[in-house]
Design a binder for this molecule. Sequence first.
Ligand code: SAH
Ligand code: F3S
Length: 481
Amino acid sequence: MEKTIDEKIQGSTLVLGDKTLNSRKLYIESYGCAMNFSDSEIVASILTNEGFNTTQNLAEADLVLVNTCSIRDKAEQTIRKRLTEYNAVKKTRPHMKVGVLGCMAERLKDKLLDEEKIVDMVVGPDAYKDLPNLIKEVDDGRDAVNVILSKEETYGDIAPVRLNSNGVTAFVSITRGCDNMCTFCVVPFTRGRERSRDPQSILAEVNELWEKGFREITLLGQNVDSYLWYGGGLKKGFEKASEMQKATAVNFSQLLELVAKTQPKMRIRFSTSNPQDMTLDVIRTMAKYDNICKHIHLPVQSGSNRILKEMNRLHTIEEYFELIDNIRKILPDCSISQDIITGFPTETEEDHKATLKALEYVKYDFGYMYAYSERPGTMAARKMKDDVPEPVKKRRLSEIITLQREHCQYRTEQHLGKVQEVLIEGSSKKSTEDWMGRNSQSTVVVFPKENYKIGDLVNVEVYDCTSATLIGKAIRYSNNN
Ligand code: SAH
Ligand code: F3S
């Protein structure tokens, strides 16, 4: 039915008898980790059921939701700047509402409303099902807040609406929260206790993704190795579970096997692994199934045992190396990537050298490296002084990045002359004549498009490389569907 201009301008609810035709437009922006991007798809699903349509055009948005990250101060500063920009837009479009989701919402709570007055709504990561009610409050002219953390919520019953999707790769969340309490990390405070999602709902989502044409999934959790399903609730309650619950419990390696078997042609990745929880069973399961990609993201944070202890990482560097040795033995072709923090409180030159030594030992395929950023409320912030001067943190960081870059080059060169199985994700950023995809090890591969299409799994012979990209040519159609 055609709307009047007035209704179009209002852009809000149009009531027809007892039927509500809602034409509101939702604009979601996500920052930070993959879990946030995955959560935004859950939020989009909840609000699509409420009659919202998602838009990528800010100019037509009635509701702007910003899914935020608190992991480092810089992330928060970037988001604050963005919120100020939205606030400026609101001056010309007063009906547009702005909500903050995710970790900053949980960390700062109603401070964002009271002191800073830059948003209309604050919603923590476990409260997204309450969004319809909160939006009603905002519509009625009140600020709305829900930052209650849950011990059960996994959103397992919600089918995510895929946002900005290439139609080929998707995230599937398997756990929420984290119980690890690394002393530098804000996540346990912003995302709450760790809980696992029902395997049946995970399998149902994977099956649906396959039906829709998706060809690769990444199972997501802050710490996937501690996945444990015995009927719901906190993992810590497992000791009290009944014999029956214990007998039918599913751990991460079993879940991985279930997913791999259920969709034998779906490529499977997972992130993130925690060295203290990763078992040999997980590595053996990876070896058993061709469709499980051979890449492990295994954050090390530091090479110094003293610093690892201060960080409350519950392993030594020797134990970490032993795990690396086992991965190399069982999965010789597996790529390994890292996260490292430089300049954690009390870090000495000797500790820093130990981190460089760890890099040399593993020669990671790639990595994510950060200067320590003190996060209010964490154990490190409460108990330790942020005493490594900024220039020292930066210099150590740049030494680590330089060494890592050499290793990236070394690792990509190992693929030269070899044939790689590549899943096509889209056009290469540099040339519309080329496809971009990834091999099993998650290295980016580009090659001429010829007659191939997005979603094809193609054998590509690699003849050149940069430190991060393999360059090749398709040699034959390998398989599809
Ligand atoms: N287990 C999580 C880790 C989340 S944080 C996962 O799924 O990836 C990602 C990385 O950010 C951490 O591994 C750590 O290297 C870095 N990080 C976390 N807190 C930090 C801080 N306060 N300062 C600098 N880097 C930090
Ligand atoms: Fe953070 Fe350590 Fe958990 S890095 S997310 S507390 S595993």
